[in-house]
Design a protein around this ligand. Structure first.
Ligand code: PEP
Length: 252
């Protein structure tokens, strides 16, 4: 675990305009901008990337996007490429979030194309996977995790290990206030790492950061982050308040 630097990433979702985002980013930079032990990243929506990019520039707070298209340019009305994100100094991108899968029809095959395109553009993909409550109750957690992970990572090699981030986000825990217990989460994280080991080798799998996401907040973070295979968090609601986001960074 010591070889993996914790990552705390804030997913702001479809909240805040460019001025509001810059304000929140200023507060985050003031609280954790000098942090070097933990990697910190904020992921505003596309229209807010530029103002936040200017605010975090020169600090240790990094920038991420919440989605991207897999093609580099062309006739894809409404879409945004990896290069366009790089131009704004983003270095992470969340891919395959459960909300994108549920509301925007993203499949494992699409997430795979985006993951390969992100890596090729030197963006670090945060690939989200996770089961629904129905799937958990049916005892299908490992099956779902395996399908989503392997589907997203076709063609990804050991060379990507340092850049690759996987986020385990049980769908029933996102925005619901319900968190997986540390033991429940660790069981899945360990499974994810062994699936990674089978596909890219144990040494590379050991370098991949696996984040937990789903109602993580200062009150439950310590125990989750103490687990052997939990290397940080993808934070929704609690990332919209600088003080709670900073507290999560401190927990890591
Ligand atoms: C998320 O959407 O990635 C997330 C984890 O949200 P929340 O923390 O609000 O559950």
């Amino acid at each position: 675990k010591s070889a993996r630097k914790y990552l705390i990433a804030g997913n702001w979702k479809m909240n805040l305009n460019s001025a509001e985002g810059a304000e929140l980013a200023k507060d985050v930079v003031a609280l954790v901008g000098a942090q070097t032990d933990v990697a910190v990243c904020v992921c505003p929506t596309f229209t807010v990337l530029e103002s936040v990019s200017k605010v975090v520039s020169g600090s240790n707070v990094q920038l991420g996007a919440q989605n991207m298209h897999f093609e580099a340019s062309g006739a894809y009305t409404g879409e945004i490429s990896a290069e366009m994100l790089r131009h704004l100094f983003a270095n992470f991108v969340i891919l395959g979030h459960s909300e994108r899968r549920e509301y925007f029809g993203e499949t494992d095959a699409i997430v795979n194309k985006k993951t390969l395109a992100a890596l090729a553009a030197n963006l670090k993909p945060i690939v989200c996977i996770g089961e629904t409550l129905e799937e958990r109750e049916a005892g299908k957690v490992n099956e779902v995790i395996k399908t989503q992970l392997e589907g997203a990572l076709v063609g990804v090699t050991a060379a990507a290990a340092d850049a690759l981030v996987v986020a385990y986000e049980p769908v029933w825990a996102i925005g619901t206030g319900k968190t997986a217990t540390p033991e429940m989460a660790e069981e899945v994280h360990a499974e994810i790492r062994s699936l990674l080991a089978a596909s890219i080798g144990a040494e590379a799998a050991d370098k991949v950061r696996i984040l937990y996401g789903g109602s993580m907040k200062p009150e439950n973070a310590d125990e989750l982050l103490a687990q052997e295979n939990i290397d940080g968090g993808l934070i929704g609601g609690a990332a919209l308040k600088a003080s709670s986001f900073a507290a999560l960074v401190e927990s890591a």
